[in-house]
Design a protein around this ligand. Structure first.
Ligand code: GDP
Ligand code: MG
Length: 701
């Protein structure tokens, strides 16, 4: 039924303001979901009927502003610029009005016919906030309503308000940004040259031109009178000079002044909620400009300490269980038999997959720690504190949240960079993000750190490796900012949410989710790669051994030594051994031998494979099952210097395959993905080599 709509409306708003909830409330089940052409941003559209009219609704992607260019914001902006909507419903989160109104002001400038929907009104009410809706309606000149989106409350009001908005006769006044700015915008728009549907966007386009937004000039170039761009430049210079302030900051500040004045008139918070008061008290310490960062360091340190120390005991249980399993499997075959299947199960699957599964408790603990930080509201403070530091490195406080997400896994971290407005901020963050040591690398640290560090130094070493990652990310970000991604970081606007006590349910959910992802990965990718690696390190087999030749010459060995020597020769003769030998010259400058070299190759598939692979290599190399665990074998074979150089290399070098793929997708080009892969690996090589060579010179080898 290709019926023509009588009205076309759009829902706009900040992420999580409740747009989709309201969309569902309006359209019921009559909806479609797809992607905007050319971008992976979700598009949802549908329709409803009211007063015998058909009303088409589109749910725009969540955005904080229309000024900038994350894919979401670009899509929302384009849709609002180029499509005629009869009404634009701005969905505001009533508990974060300031941020929501920032978008409203821009939409007003666009000349749209808005309806302001104060959603989350239940939460605002509960916190004691009262909004004088009638007064707000009067001030703004268009309908304002209150809703509770997820409960469907306010549906009728919303439908009614949309009709009311279409009946507004006079064209709406644009928000006042102060006499001087208003004047400049008016003068510019009078002659800007936009026609057709774009004509109504004049005030907004003029503002964009004033702040020197080149993309809008490029995009609408043909529509804009060429002289206007020059005029805007001159006007901006004058404004900046008379106000003694950067023009973009000036405009942002004026937007906020407009919003503050408005809110002063209509919002009453009769009693400051207890939660707010408590949050502010806590923030005097936690978000303190001097104390905040050291406290943040201590909090992170505690998380790593717990990850390490509380993880040891359950880890021991899993290890014991695996020992029993592997003994049991071994006992299925007669003693001394040379079964390939047994070796595959014991040396391949149990040593490989088991070597990874053992670290499950640590993973769960780390994610518990991160979930606590996130759900309590502390993470937002961390971002706020880091903003000052990060600006020096050409990064953005906002980048810190995706980066912290990267401690879990780079993939959601890279996706979370979508919240960054500026394309350069976003690319910079994305490219350095794999330096945040992800959960898949935790097993590596759990294996290597105890092998090379004395007990009191283990938690500090773990903390140190994360800090090195962060620091290096900053340094590389700065390097990118000075070269291929030159430009200024955008100013940071962020509201700190109140502290909340995290619910046990949410925490348990996050942990089980993570545990499950980890186990699933162990049961699929790691299992598959372990089998491949086992085959590669078993075949081809040797038929005569050097050690036998030596015995024939009368050299004496114990039975154990003979077995070990044969195992070692077999391994070196196998495909994996040869591959390792082939890469040895490449890894030698960093202090690694061929065993470490082979293990690294697999790590590109998934970082945990490094651990699985070492487990296999060591299990194959010594057919005698002595009680030595892998950590002891490592500390026997390598010096702490090699251990440290190895950790650095694994921290910095090539992100895993999945990260590579997601970087390609999110950056939209192979070029950035390859730059990340090649660049990080090169930096890793240089740093590890320098550390190893200098360490050796100093006699630490
Ligand atoms: P969108 O990102 O703007 O599309 O927001 P969603 O519609 O997905 O809503 C985000 C979350 O807020 C969901 O968990 C909703 O259930 C919840 N939500 C939506 N509207 C309200 C509301 O009025 N009050 C409360 N308390 N929660 C709401
Ligand atoms: Mg949504």
């Amino acid at each position: 039924m290709a019926e023509k709509p009588n009205l076309r409306i759009a829902l706009a708003g900040n992420p999580n303001a409740g747009k989709t909830s309201l969309f569902n409330v309006l359209t019921g089940s009559r909806q479609h979901v797809g992607n905007y052409p050319g971008v992976t941003v979700e598009k949802r559209w549908g329709h409803y009927k009211a007063k015998n009219q058909r009303i088409d609704v589109v749910d725009l992607p969540g955005t904080y502003s229309l000024t900038s260019f994350s894919p979401e914001e670009r899509v929302a902006r384009d849709e609002l610029l180029h499509t005629q909507h009869d009404v634009v419903v701005v969905v505001a989160d009533s508990t974060a009005l300031k941020r929501s109104l920032m978008l409203l002001v821009q939409i007003m400038q666009l000349g749209a016919t808005p309806v302001l929907c104060l959603n989350m009104s239940d939460e605002a009410m509960a916190s004691g906030q009262r909004i004088d809706r009638k007064r707000l309606e009067l001030e703004l000149g268009f309908p304002v309503i209150e809703t509770v989106g997820h409960k469907g409350k306010g549906r009728e009001d919303l439908i009614e308000a949309i009709f009311r908005a279409t009946e507004l006769e006079t064209s709406l006044a644009t928000p006042s940004l102060g006499v001087d700015l208003d004047k400049a915008i008016e003068t510019l728009s009078a002659n800007i040259g936009l026609s057709g549907i774009l004509a109504q966007t004049k005030a907004w386009v003029a503002t964009r031109l004033l702040v020197g937004d080149e993309s809008i000039a490029d995009e609408l170039g043909a529509g804009i009178r060429q002289e206007s761009i020059e005029e805007a430049k001159a006007a901006a210079e004058l404004l900046a000079k008379t106000n003694d302030q950067d023009i973009s900051l000036l405009v942002t500040e004026r937007y906020f002044t407009f919003i503050d004045r408005l809110l002063e008139k209509v919002v009453k918070s009769p009693r400051r909620s207890d939660a707010r008061a408590r949050s502010e008290a806590i923030d005097r310490v936690l978000a303190n400009p001097d104390l905040g960062l050291p406290v943040f360091g201590v909090i992170m340190f505690s998380i790593f300490w717990i990850t390490f120390n509380l993880g040891e005991t359950p880890m021991g249980w899993i290890e014991d269980g695996q020992g029993l399993l592997s003994d049991w499997v071994t006992s299925l075959w007669p003693e001394g038999s040379d079964s390939a299947l047994r070796s595959l199960l014991v040396d391949g699957v149990i040593a490989g997959v088991g070597g990874v599964v053992v670290f499950l408790p640590n993973i769960v603990l780390l994610f518990l720690g991160l979930a606590l930080l996130e759900d309590s509201g502390y993470m937002a403070r961390a971002a706020y504190l880091m903003d000052r530091v990060m600006h020096r490195f050409g990064l953005h406080g906002k980048s810190f949240v995706p980066m912290m997400t990267g401690f879990g896994c780079s993939i959601p971290g890279i996706m979370a960079t979508r919240t960054l407005e500026n394309e350069r901020d976003r690319l910079t963050t994305m490219l350095v993000l794999p330096l945040m040591s992800c959960g898949a690398r935790l097993p590596i640290w759990m294996l290597l750190i105890p092998a090379f560090f004395a007990p009191p130094w283990r938690a500090p070493a773990l903390w140190g490796i994360y800090c090195i990652g962060i620091l290096l990310a900053f340094v590389l970000a700065l390097a990118l900012r000075k070269t291929v991604l030159a430009g200024e970081a955008a100013p940071f606007v962020m509201e700190l949410p109140p502290y909340r006590i995290p619910t046990v349910r949410a925490l348990v959910k996050k942990m089980t989710e993570r545990a499950w992802i980890y186990l699933r990965k162990a049961g699929t990718i790691i299992l598959a790669v372990s089998i491949v690696l086992w085959v590669m390190s078993t075949y081809p087999k040797k038929d005569s051994y050097e050690v036998d030749a030596q015995i024939a010459q009368g050299v004496e060995f114990t039975a154990k030594e003979i077995e070990q020597a044969r195992g070692g020769e077999d391994l070196r003769y196998s495909v994996a051994g040869r591959l390792g030998k082939a890469v040895e010259p490449l890894v030698e400058p960093m202090g690694f031998d061929w065993k470490l070299g082979t293990s690294m190759i697999g790590a590109f598939a998934a970082k945990e494979v490094f651990v699985a692979n070492l487990g296999i290599v060591y299990s194959m190399g010594e057919t005698t099952k002595d009680s030595d665990d892998l950590r002891n074998k490592l500390s026997r074979d390598y010096s702490p210097l090699v251990g440290f150089s190895l950790m650095l290399f694994l921290l910095i070098s090539a992100p895993c395959m999945a990260t590579f793929a997601i970087t390609r997708r999110e950056s939209g080009s192979w070029r950035w993905a390859f730059l990340q892969l090649g660049g990080l690996t090169l930096v890793a090589f240089l740093i590890s080599t320098a550390v190893y060579q200098i360490g050796r010179l100093l006699g630490a080898g």
